[in-house]
Design a binder for this molecule. Structure first.
Ligand code: GDP
Ligand code: ZN
Length: 460
């Protein structure tokens, strides 16, 4: 493979104490040696085992000193990409780190495409596809728990479960194939029974992974949660209380929240994507109306709705509209401003609407926020159990492939049940095997199959 040497800024752009420029590829050492000098100005040769050194970073053509910093030398295959890697840890400064990056390009590297380092780790066989994709999820994880799930996947836990399904499947295939090869043994019905028995086990394994997919999606993307209510009931205050910092503007002037704000909050490990909407009400103000339209839209798109009511006054017709609009959705009716006293009429009416969904809080004084969080977590989890040690699939591509594999396995089972020919059953089993391989980006396993068959037949 004739790979180019790539370089990119590996840390977030912005002011920081340290930024890292990563160089990977066959020429990483020569690119780096053109740019790194000892504190005394000597050239540095990169070879031998891993090394950490302190030195100056210079421009390769002018030799002008750009910065000084720590340089890591990580020869392949024991590096992130499994290639030779040099990391330049320089001072964090938007311009400075750009200059260092440009210097690596002048020294012969090419600018890396997004994800290219991870792609190389995959191509070089250090990680499989599902692990590579999990790296992205890990970077984007919105809560500790979501991060842990992605980390498990990076470490190959999900792939291991798929591999184990494939091992079981390939044994089954071998039995079926052998029976085809030796028709005189007249063991067709035995093979069919085996397809039914082992097939049921495999099916259970696939289903368990698919069940984890929904929770995986939630952990990755967050639960779209709309905070709705007429102006001044305390939506922005509630958002702030959940965020525990000031993000939304809180004012006494109705209609101040014109934009839809989005924020992630961590509720018992589950990320909620909170959307604070402009107050829902009829309005002639154009800017405000855009906000109101967005509110209606966010109710439609939400998976969970927080209906906020002003607890100090009876329900208004607008409140009633909102309650009606959100009927049948997963919702919590948040009666706010309990610190100022709850209106008895309001209390009676909300209890009549949906007593189980009601919770009284004070957003401004942060009262009952914990209880609200418990309620939210309870609603989101529902039947989904957040088991700390379950494997959650976090990836839509994998989920789709797994569903295809499932339906092929079902075809094999149906065929076995109907007493179809072993040839037909074998075809469905092979598709199942291949699709499971695609989930983790593995080859179709043709060679592996051949190998197993030859061994199997030899032993007979
Ligand atoms: P929004 O228009 O629904 O986003 O409402 P805001 O959060 O901007 O709040 C409107 C007004 O209600 C502000 O003056 C807040 O201080 C007040 N408010 C919000 N929450 C509470 C609360 O829990 N108790 C009391 N007494 N006032 C509150
Ligand atoms: Zn607001």
């Amino acid at each position: 493979m004739n790979l180019e040497t790539i370089a990119a800024i590996a840390t977030a752009l912005g002011e920081a104490s340290i930024s890292v420029v990563r160089i990977s590829g066959p020429d990483a050492k020569s690119v780096a040696s053109r740019m790194v000098r000892t504190p005394g100005g000597q050239k540095v040769v990169f070879e031998g085992p891993r090394r950490v050194l302190y030195g100056k970073i210079v421009h390769p053509t002018t030799d002008v000193v750009i910065d000084e910093g720590i340089v890591l030398w990580m020869p392949g295959p024991r590096s992130y990409t499994a290639e030779d890697v040099v990391e330049l840890q320089v001072h964090g400064g938007i311009q400075l780190v750009q200059t260092v990056l440009e210097a690596t390009l002048a020294a012969g590297a090419r600018l890396a495409e997004p994800g290219e380092f991870t792609k190389r780790a995959f191509l070089n066989g250090r990680i499989d596809l599902s692990q590579a994709e999990a790296v992205i999820d890990l970077i984007r994880a919105k809560t500790d728990f979501a991060g842990r799930v992605a980390l498990q996947q990076v470490q190959g836990r999900f792939s291991e479960e798929i591999r184990s399904l494939r091992r079981t499947l390939i044994e089954l295939q071998a039995h079926v194939e052998v029976t085809i090869d030796y028709p005189e043994h007249d063991v067709e019905s035995v093979a069919c029974q085996q397809v039914l028995d082992v097939g049921a086990k495999l099916m259970a394994g696939i289903d368990a992974l698919l069940e984890g997919a929904e929770m995986g999606r939630i952990l990755r993307d967050g639960v779209a949660t709309a905070i709705v209510g007429r102006p001044n009931v305390g939506k922005s205050s509630l958002l702030n209380a959940l965020l525990r910092r000031d993000r939304a503007i809180v004012t006494d002037i109705p209609g101040t929240t014109r934009d839809v704000l989005e924020e992630y909050v961590n509720v018992r490990g589950i990320p909620l994507k909170l959307i604070d909407t402009a107050g829902i009400r009829e309005t002639s103000d154009v800017v405000e109306r855009i906000g109101v339209d967005k509110s209606r839209q966010s109710i439609r798109e939400a998976e969970l709705v927080l209906v906020v009511l002003d607890g100090t006054v009876p329900l208004t017709p607008e409140d009633e509209d909102i309650l009606k609009d959100t009927e049948g959705l997963k919702r919590v009716i948040v009666v706010n401003k309990m610190d100022a006293g709850i209106d008895a009429k309001l209390e009676a009416s909300v209890d009549q609407v949906d007593a189980a969904a009601v919770i009284k809080i004070s957003a401004r004084e942060h009262r009952h926020i914990e209880q609200l969080e418990s309620k939210l977590a309870q609603i989101v989890q529902g039947e989904l159990s957040v088991e700390r040690d379950t494997t959650y699939m976090t990836n839509v591509r994998q989920k789709n492939l797994l569903e295809v594999a499932r339906s092929d396995l079902q075809l094999a089972i149906d065929a076995a049940q109907a007493g179809a020919t072993l040839d037909l059953i074998a075809v469905h089993l092979q598709s199942t095997y291949e699709e499971l391989g695609l989930v983790i980006g593995e080859e179709t396993g043709e060679d592996l199959l051949d190998e197993i068959f030859s061994r199997f037949c030899l032993g007979k």
